[in-house]
Design a binder for this molecule. Structure first.
Ligand code: MTE
Ligand code: MO
Length: 154
């Protein structure tokens, strides 16, 4: 019983801890806007699902998440690219034209489960690799950052 009392608040905290920062310019001012999101708020924004094979997991996986195009919504005025920065400081640039054309998502779940950091979570940029050969190339794999912690819109 004592254990349960300790565990319950920890589960709640898990989901309200900030896991993503997005910074960019709204266009109205030159000040950088910075927004942080926790898992619960990102989960509420999930609208897309991609079923595909990947170089990282056996077979086909179902990824659920938020199209990058939607996520950056109001911050995208005049945006030309996004830089994604991962927990291990891996950094990759994604041109906005690619985001519009290929609709990558910021995935939160794989096969219905949140992804743990050890399983390349909590956030993984995923393309529909199976939809065309062009996406199964080093360029798009290199844009597929896992353990994403920060997006900078430029
Ligand atoms: N967080 C993170 N994501 C990453 C990388 C990385 O080092 N860290 N490497 C990228 C690169 S360069 C490629 S080609 C693909 C595939 O990496 P892998 O072959 O090591 O699985 O993941 C991409 N995503
Ligand atoms: Mo790579």
């Amino acid at each position: 019983m004592a254990t349960l009392l300790f565990i319950t608040p920890n589960f709640a905290a898990e989901n309200t801890r900030p896991i993503l920062t997005i910074s960019g310019h709204s266009g109205a001012t030159s000040d950088a806007d910075e927004i942080t999101y926790d898992q619960a708020s990102l989960e509420a924004m999930m609208t897309a699902s991609i079923t595909t094979s990947t170089p990282w997991f056996d077979g086909t996986s179902v990824f659920e998440g938020i199209p990058l195009e939607e996520l950056i919504g109001e911050l995208n005025a005049g945006a030309t690219k996004i830089t994604a920065i991962a927990l291990n400081d891996y950094m990759t640039e994604i041109p906005f034209d690619d985001i519009k054309a290929n609709k990558p998502i910021l995935a939160l779940k794989r096969d219905g489960e949140f992804m743990s950091v050890r399983d390349k979570g909590p956030l993984f940029i995923i393309y529909a690799y199976d939809s065309k050969p062009e996406l199964r190339t080093h360029l798009y794999y290199s844009r597929s950052a896992w353990q994403v912690a920060k997006l900078v819109i430029e």
